[in-house]
Design a protein around this ligand. Sequence first.
Ligand code: ADE
Length: 289
Amino acid sequence: GVPSTYDAPVRIAVIGGTGIQALDNFTLAATLDVDTPWGAPSSPISILHHPSPTTGKPTPIAFLSRHGVHHELAPHEVKNQANIAALRHLGVRTIIAFSAVGSLQEEIRPRDFVVPDQIIDRTKGIRPFTFFEGGMVGHVGFGDPFDNSLAKIVRKCGHSLEGDGVSLHDKGLLICMEGPQFSTRAESHLYRSWGGSVINMSALPEAKLAREAEIGYQMICMATDYDCWRGEGGEDVNVAMVMAHMKANSENARRFVGAVLDELSKEEHEQQVLAKHLEGQMKFSTSTY
Ligand code: ADE
């Protein structure tokens, strides 16, 4: 049987989205059922051993499936607080999150990857979205919703796979909508008029909670459709379309995540992985008097 405990701190986590419910090309070292004051996370957390490309020593990676083991959680049902709290409890300071997205721009084609740098929140406030409530007041900075130095590493890894069938867009404005219904055509056009690059239902509150927990966070998006803005010019998004592109390109998605993990396991990135630059964020963000 696979161990159900793991003693060493785990610094790096991957949150898998639709189409990446597991990372099966690494050694499974443990499967953890973590409980938190916010309940159980979306799925048990797998601890995977990833051999460092420089030292050969295994780097432990925590893997969490955002929508559950069997994709049973809708975007508004994802256990975001428990997920982030459980990862932080294990020692995680860096999260690479993966998500299928709709494209709002012609040049972002299905199966292209995007490393977004901004988000517009179009969730409806129905998801539990903060750790700071019930007597603990906190306002954390979110001007740059992703960790810019982590993003640089992720982009470099993505570009290293170009020519091998991976197309990467270095920046992007991600619209995070509530769902689970897809957007109306009018909304899709509105998001384009705002300069939106891609759209999903999963970046928030995940990214906000990671920031509150002083965890470095970057999302990697993979386009699966053109949403519905093209009208007569193309077929509107549907689930079969999203799944088909995810499945067809899952090997590239895994290779991309694998390249990022290779890079992050190098000793030169130790301070980055420990998110030293985010330490003390919350110190100036809480007001308890
Ligand atoms: N995820 C994948 N495609 C999407 C779309 N068009 N809108 C919202 N979330 C998505």
